[in-house]
Design a protein around this ligand. Structure first.
Ligand SMILES: [Zn+2]
Length: 392
């Protein structure tokens, strides 16, 4: 009599790096019914329907990108989620305000379900999200675009999908004389809906300390390491006291690199002074032709090259964002029972260069090249291509 294999998928021989469990070493890992089923030193391949030898490769929990733009088709700058995320080992993408209360339902019901990547959202405090960015540069030129009650109701009505409210404090998006009111409104939405505030703090129309005053524990300061005026450093490259105070009270310092929102010199000064990014994220979008926006695997590699340890860089892109979103009971770790989301990388050695908008070049000797992405216990990306469901 033959019995069905215990596991659907088995990865053998990889170096598992799972900061949440404190694992950094050779382990086999098995998946069953969409979840992680077992992590141990040896698992017999005959116990699995499909098994793959990943000896010498790095195995991590699926990466979580806490700031991207995934409303593909609903927004001109939004990317194709599966192509971008799964190709970079990212299994969860958080849309950072591409939609507001007026237009999020098509994103939730039609765009996101068409992808295998787990896609969640922050709603923009502007009713239409980023829909009018191309014409107006942002959504808050008219304060009538804000409806605190309707935005708050939309967030409250979508637990498990909407995680908070986004507001863009950028000179092109909101005038200085409206910026405080926009912050007050966004704060009110977060409080009314019992959720989080995510604030774009790059190129701000008002001083950064004025913005940080509105932010408390668990709120997300996104583009925190930008090099524009009103960045986190003072003129002597010291972390401004208001920024340190915000970090000390639990405000999340998120990267959201994009093309123009992360400066290598700012990061280096912050790292030296003991303020690493809480979360590494992309702000992935379709940029203008002269800009480069990196995917998650490149950003983890870049921050590793800048001096973060690999476990710290992986924690900042897996367990920590899961924790920030209150999803650490299901995501961000490869402990048995967690969602079966994993990434397998080749640690490619060579001479790599990552650029930023200030023209700084960061050199590195190691790049994480995505070999395989497992989503819900099934292979979703392998060696350069998206896989169909059920394909191995
Ligand atoms: Zn963004």
């Amino acid at each position: 009599m033959t019995t069905a294999p215990a596991y659907d998928l088995l990865l053998t021989g990889g170096t598992v790096l799972d900061p949440a469990q404190g694992i950094d070493g050779r382990k086999d890992i098995a998946f069953k019914n969409g979840l992680v089923a077992e992590v141990s030193d040896r698992i017999d391949p005959s116990n699995a329907t499909s098994s793959l030898d990943v000896t010498g490769k790095l195995v991590t929990p699926g990466l979580i990108d806490i700031h991207g733009h995934f409303y593909h088709g609903g927004n001109q700058t939004a990317v194709h989620p599966d192509e971008i995320c799964l190709s970079s080992g990212t299994t969860t993408g958080i849309d950072a305000g591409s939609a507001g209360f007026i237009n999020y339902e098509a994103m939730r019901d039609y765009v996101f379900p068409a992808h295998r990547t787990r896609l969640l959202a922050f709603l923009h405090v502007s009713g239409v999200g980023l829909a009018n960015n191309k014409l107006l540069g942002g959504g808050l030129h008219d304060m009538r675009m804000i409806d605190v009650d309707q935005t708050s109701d939309a967030i409250k009505g979508n637990p498990g999908f909407c995680f908070g409210v986004k507001v863009r404090m950028h000179i092109n998006a909101v005038a200085a004389w409206n910026a405080h009111e926009a912050m007050r409104s966004a704060r009110a939405v977060a409080d009314q809906s019992g959720s989080r505030l995510m604030v774009h703090v790059s190129g701000t129309p008002i001083p950064l300390p004025d913005i940080l005053e509105f932010m408390g524990p668990g709120d997300i300061c996104t583009h925190a390491f930008n090099g524009h005026p009103e960045n986190m450093l003072d003129r002597n490259f010291k972390i401004r006291p208001e920024v340190q105070a915000a970090a000390d009270r639990g405000v999340i310092m998120d990267v959201a690199h994009a093309g123009v929102h992360c400066d290598v010199e700012v990061v280096k000064h912050a790292l030296e002074q003991g303020l690493p990014p809480t979360t590494i994220s992309t702000d992935i979008h379709n940029p203008p032709p002269d800009r480069t926006v990196y995917k998650m695997n490149d950003l983890v590699s870049k921050f590793y090259a800048m001096g973060m340890t690999l476990p710290d860089a992986i924690a900042a892109s897996t367990s920590t964002p899961a924790n920030v979103l209150g999803l650490d009971d299901t995501l961000g770790s490869l402990a048995p029972g967690m969602c079966g989301d994993a990434a397998v990388f080749d640690l490619r050695e060579g001479n790599f260069k990552w650029i930023d908008s200030a023209g700084n070049v960061q050199d590195g000797k190691v790049r994480l090249d995505t070999f395989l992405t497992v989503r819900g216990g099934q292979i979703a990306w392998r060696e350069g291509r998206l896989m169909e469901m059920g394909e191995c």
